[in-house]
Ligand binder design. Sequence first.
Ligand code: T46
Length: 144
Amino acid sequence: MKNCYLIDFNPIGNEDVGYLVELEENKQIPFNIKRVYYTHSVPDETQRGFHAHKNLEQVLICLNGKIKVKCFDGEIAKIYELNCNNKGLYVGGMVWLEMLDYTKEAILLVLASQIYNEDDYIRNFGEFIKIADNFNSKKNKSIE
Ligand code: T46
């Protein structure tokens, strides 16, 4: 699927001393990092997300616990289970996101390419589908 893939980080250390994971912009993280935020203490059964971004790029890292992230690019849907702090999920623009099945102790850290801007969100699924269809039909025309 478009604009969505897992990144493997390279933990430094061992079982005896523990591990350190380095995250640098334009290295492990494929953009300049302008903002960092995290969610925690999400109650059972709560689902978050239900939006896409027009342009924002993000890497989602589940530092503790487990979270499922459903991604839909307008054509293909895929569910990623984030259960390991050595992996990040890259999500670019025009990917509809739904986060579900948070375990009690789940902490989701997000590194983002832009400061917070509500205008970059598409929070209406119908609007997302319209824009994605338009985008995909333009892309298919240029491939034909
Ligand atoms: C995303 C997923 C993975 C801010 O004031 N500043 C911020 O930097 C962010 C991210 C949010 N907010 C406000 C906006 C809402 O009033 O915090 C409130 C909760 O945000 P939201 O409902 O969008 O939270 P999630 O967990 O559904 O989505 C968040 C990000 O907003 C979103 O960009 O991709 O995490």
